[in-house]
Design a protein around this ligand. Sequence first.
Ligand code: PAF
Length: 294
Amino acid sequence: MKVVDNIAALRAAREHMGGSVGLVPTMGALHAGHIALVKQARAENEHVVASIFVNPSQFAQNEDLSKYPRDIPRDLAMLEAAGVDVVFTPTPDLIYPPNYQTWIEVETVSQGLEGDRRPGHFRGVATVVAKLFNLVQPQRAYFGQKDAQQVAVIKRMVRDLNFPLAIRVYPTVREADGLAMSSRNVYLSAEQRTAASVIRRALVSASKAYEAGERTAEDIRVVISEVIASEAVAELDYVSIVDAETLNVVEAITERPLLVSLVVKMGSTRLLDNMLLPAHLNTLEGLTQTLGGG
Ligand code: PAF
């Protein structure tokens, strides 16, 4: 596995890759969710490139940029074991040199949900992902369903800017008790970590209510709020029920697929999770008509 930290070396490595290239962009602090993306990329492409870059532009002033977990040697060992060919590890100055001025705003899809809570977040994500697409020129790029709005933003950007690649979305990988894997789980105290399984329980309860014929979004929100409220250390930040293709808020539930997303706060840590309903849909990947990508 080659590790490159500059653009000339990345381009030189890319030039030697015949056949298809799969890109797995990451911010490091890797877990089994990232490795599942790498394995999928490995299975579908001749070459796999991963990036490790804690992207400053997607963190707001009050967020955890400086304390975001970093462990490059461990990450590299995991990527090598999973079969990555090239890892790109740029510095912030390489991605955003002095007087950097060009940003990508994906307008509507970036609004609501995380976009409202984290102003500028998706502008930073879209910009760095577009830069990685230009640098690596992959045929496929791999993202996790856990960050559903991020997936929607990237798919829309790919469609709107005519990037010649496919976005592949992998189902959320979970711990044994159902907690979605996330690099930020390391922030949880032992008590918070135990309590965090309530998030998945709330989503499963919502799915059961849906299957039992519950047909208003408000009733599903109440089911989720009640389950979360059963854990004293968990505080529901928001629960949102939107049309999975348009991301428009829905109130009356129809046959169209829904995306139920929530954020639960455990102390200062925000934990995201989501579920598509009906639950067998699993990822947003097939729902590309409106979101783009396709
Ligand atoms: O999901 C992430 O880890 C990041 O948002 C991404 C896609 C690597 C962009 O920095």
